[in-house]
Design a protein around this ligand. Sequence first.
Ligand SMILES: Nc1ncnc2c1ncn2[C@@H]1O[C@H](COP(=O)(O)OP(=O)(O)OP(=O)(O)O)[C@@H](O)[C@H]1O
Ligand SMILES: [Mg+2]
Length: 626
Amino acid sequence: MMMGRLHGATDRPRGSKGDIFRRTVGLFHPFRYAFAALIVLIVATSTLNLAPALLIARIVGEVTPDRSGLIQGSTRSLTTLFAIILALYVTSGVLDVALGYINQSIGQGVMFNVRANLHAHLQRLPVRFFTATRTGEILSRVITDVNMMQQAVSATFTDFLTNLVTLVVALGFMFTLEWRLALMALVVLPIWVYPTLRVGNAQRRLMRAWHQEAAEMSAHLEETLSVSGSMLVKTFGRQEHESDRFLSSNDHLRRLSIQRMMAGRWFNMATDLFGSISVAVVYWLGGVFVLGGDVGIGEVVAFAYLSQRVFTPFRQIARINTTVLSSLALFERVYEYLDLPVEVDERPDAVRLEQPRGAIEFADVRFAYTPRGRPAIDGVSFEIEAGQMVALVGPSGAGKTTATYLMQRFYDPQEGAIRLDGHDLRELTLDSVSRAMGTVMQETYLFHTSLLDNVRYGRLDATDAEVRAAANAAGLDAMIERLPDGLDTVVGERGYRLSGGEKQRVAIARAILKDPPVLILDEATSSLDSRLEREIREATATLAAGRTTVVIAHRLSTVVAADLILVFDRGLVVERGTHTELLAHEGLYASLYREQFSEQVPAESSRNGDHAGSTPAGRPREGAGR
Ligand SMILES: Nc1ncnc2c1ncn2[C@@H]1O[C@H](COP(=O)(O)OP(=O)(O)OP(=O)(O)O)[C@@H](O)[C@H]1O
Ligand SMILES: [Mg+2]
């Protein structure tokens, strides 16, 4: 839903039914040989299953006295006929098992591919997609919708084929038995096509609505039952409000489900009734033909047997048809995701940077989050030499975070270029860019796994010893000793079991382990006690030494130590220089300095060998720039 708004697409189905159908058929292409085998098996089982009708006609014929009152058959010939019928049914049953296996393999294979493609595609989607779409909604499509697609593919599709083949074969047999009765059936059946399609369309619409609501509900649950969500609900005492929201979704789902079940009920009832009546009609008209002497009783009995066999698949085709149509809605939803543009993509001739040095250049970069929105970066140029430390400062909303996103190629700029070691980021492999960059952000994301694995995420092939060393270097050792299972402690979803400072140290440990030539840091603005802050500062200082460091700076010590300060304001770099130069300039930086930094003890920022310096504890710092 959100994506629809974002990309100017509508919530209405985009492709025509034909397109979706063609595309779905395309999914079966890799399985075409298995599919051919499936069709052969379906034809074989259906034929074997219906052939006994002809033998039944023979049996009845054998025991019915002819005009002269003679009975042709013998016990022996009846037994032979019975044995053949038995063999036919057993063979058909055995083939049916093989059919089921092939059917499942195809269905699961198709879904395996869909799920793999979907996951691969979602990973390539720009950050824009994730900021605009709720997690619950994505999960609902990837899990629920794909699972239901699977059911549609493996059950409905073969059922449909089986019934279709049965219908055709049965009609064929009926024509060989008594063409006038068969003709009647052939005339009556197509009348059913139109209402079938109508019902199918209605169910498809309801199905789509149902899935949208289900996704809505799972997104709502995801939001309110996650750790931060539930805390938000509790702080504002919004439990009742959330229950009401949930109830309305819940109620909507209930109504949609009932409507979906009831759509076509009358129609199905009519079809059932028609099936029963038609058998009576066969006996009636068949009886008339027998009286006329053109047809044997055997043929009429076999015909009645077959006509029941015709209406069962026909009824099911009518139903399956509606399921197929409504499952098109599912396919549609999944295709919608598969069709989202990747935006940040790797060129086929992308260059791999073996040893990035870490020089960064912005050349007249312009970038807006939305096509018609105000640019967040509005024509910015600067150069950062390898190994330099650069501080980004500026008022809130000035574009500092955005600039660091662009460096990491979360987005591509609309104009200008961002270069790493002289290469436009768009000419490099995605892997080269991500290998070159390490980040320590204010919000550290942790997985619900052990501390060890969380740190190891920085470099997956690191040994336990290396992970430990990185954790120690980040100053995690004291905390690890306190934890019950040390590094093996599971940190809880998003790391809620750790304090803000501890989480940030995990991020630092990750970056130490990764050892990237470029480090991007967002200094904490709050939440750390002074001792902790000093420790973190020391840890980051170790990390920053010897690499290009881009810091969104909130600390005096950082700006004083920076080789270059870039002052951002409303998407522009309005001033640049060192701390001393900028102070002398008496511009935006000077006033920012007076607001944010001056109350931090300036004397303490005297150099300490490393960039970030070391400010003694004792003074809580302001939430700068916020
Ligand atoms: N995902 C987004 N979609 C649309 N607009 C965005 C998005 N993220 C940020 N913006 C807008 O872009 C502008 C720059 O935001 P940015 O986060 O870069 O500012 P900042 O300088 O980092 O501010 P702060 O100091 O408060 O962190 C802001 O006007 C913000 O509203
Ligand atoms: Mg920011």
